[in-house]
Design a protein around this ligand. Structure first.
Ligand SMILES: Cc1ncc(COP(=O)(O)O)c(C=O)c1O
Length: 435
């Protein structure tokens, strides 16, 4: 057995952890300088052009660029008319923004369980959780994996529900020949640093529905009416805010869109290379592919099989970090998903202003509670699925070689320890408390 770095052996990688980084070339810089020289820093022509480019790329009628993926989700729910008393079904295997957007509208996130292979919502479980208060479903194509959308659209049609595709991590994926994000009523993407296209911060909504478009446009910009042009004041008498993106971000976004397919394909190439390097490693399951479409890759996810490795994910994560490929400090932000229904804000029903609103609120006629066991498949996935590495386009072959070598080393050492009855306990109480 090769001695693990955590046990005092040599590290697989000594040049420092692999850091997620974005493609940002001369074209992006020139575009940024151009809007600055024009003194057009806030939303203006470059943003309108960015929206046109995005809409054309997705083959939809409308796109709106906003300040983040989170605010994109929010304006979509606002445009659907979601409000107090309403329930919205959402995946528990996601980033927190997918469900806090529901809270922003004072509505109740209802978590349905996921499919263990795709890690996206299980339509049968969605069906079980629909009530007369359900108004929308938010499927999340996590890390570029695919959601079987047909059953969701059938449920939506049957129960008159809105469908908001949170495609923040799956820019460029397709489902049955359609772009992910164009199947539901609205699709949402994030372009924060690290995502498939990058504008530093930023989000996008796309839709074919003119009414939703006009409403979302208004919620993006203080409830102004787009059709009235720049002179438009505040016409809706609705709660409103400012979710505009700047021209600087949009100018970068236009350049990113010129290289979008190249970046997407490079990610897939990196994922395929990792897949080849790890194909024969026991005790792990490699990312799934679905027959109904072409997925993309945000991160490369591996499922750890505790019965073969003889230990839990935290011990694996600690031993892997010691091999030098990634920084353990980012474990709980980028490598390890928390089931959303077990976040303290849900378990303890923490609302704004120190209240339990909207969870316990006179407008809400249902009863909701969030507890362990609510979505067992998602909980198991959170225990076992490790976000091994971003497969961003700037990774070099030797980075991927290091990642795979570190995984192989840890896996084979763990299996040998298990066979010899050597206990694995790197995850001390102190480390568990810190992470
Ligand atoms: C699935 C998902 N939804 C929503 C968001 C929110 O996007 P942003 O960080 O741009 O607000 C993110 C990304 O961070 C995400 O991964």
């Amino acid at each position: 057995m090769e001695k693990l770095a955590i046990d005092g052996g040599p590290q697989v990688r000594t040049q420092g952890p692999i850091v997620e980084t974005d493609v940002f070339e001369k074209e992006e810089l020139d575009a940024l300088i151009e809007v600055a020289q024009q003194k057009k820093l806030r939303r203006a022509e470059a943003t309108i052009e960015y929206e046109r480019v995005i809409a054309e790329w997705f083959g939809v009628k409308y796109a709106i660029a906003v300040s983040s993926g989170t605010t994109a989700l929010h304006i979509a729910l606002a445009a659907f008319g979601i409000g107090p008393g309403d329930e919205v079904i959402v995946s528990p295997y996601t980033f927190v923004a997918s469900d806090t957007a529901v809270l922003e509208q004072n509505a109740i996130p209802i978590f349905a369980d996921i499919d263990p292979i795709t890690l996206t919502l299980d339509p049968n479980d969605i069906a079980r959780r629909i009530t007369p208060r359900t108004k929308a479903i938010i499927p999340v194509t996590i890390s570029g994996t695919l959601q079987d959308m047909d059953p969701i659209m059938e449920l939506a049609h049957k129960h008159n529900l809105w469908v908001l595709e949170d495609a923040c991590q799956s820019f460029g994926a397709t489902y049955k020949g359609k772009m992910v994000g164009t199947i539901g009523h609205v699709g949402v993407f994030s372009s924060i640093t690290g995502k498939i296209i990058n504008t530093g911060e930023g989000g996008i909504v796309i839709t074919n529905d003119t009414d939703l478009y006009e409403k979302m446009w208004g919620f993006m910009d203080f409830a102004r009416k787009k059709s009235l042009g720049p002179a438009s004041k505040y016409h809706w008498g609705l709660p409103c805010t400012n979710y505009r993106i700047t021209n600087m971000q949009a100018a970068v976004g236009i350049q990113q869109m010129k290289r979008a397919w190249d970046m997407i394909h490079k990610r897939t190439e990196n994922a395929e290379y990792l897949r080849t390097l790890l194909a024969d490693v026991p005790g792990i399951v490699l990312p799934s592919e679905q027959s109904y479409g072409e997925r993309v890759y945000f991160y490369f996810l591996i499922r750890l099989l505790p019965e073969i490795l003889g230990t839990d994910m935290l011990n694996f994560a600690i031993a892997l970090a010691a091999e030098g490929t990634y920084n353990l400090d980012y474990l709980s932000t980028t490598r390890w998903m928390i089931p959303q229904h077990l976040e303290p804000m849900f378990v303890d029903k923490i609302g704004y202003g120190g209240t339990k609103c909207p969870f316990e609120c006179p407008w809400y006629e249902g009863e909701v509670s969030y507890y362990k066991g609510l979505c067992p498949t998602a909980e198991k996935a959170c225990d076992e699925v490790f976000w091994l590495a971003s497969v961003h386009p700037l990774l070099e072959k030797h980075d991927l070689d290091d990642i795979a070598a570190a995984v192989r080393k840890v896996v084979f050492a763990f299996i040998e320890k298990k066979e010899k009855g050597i206990p694995i306990n790197y995850a001390t109480d102190e480390i568990r408390a810190r992470l």
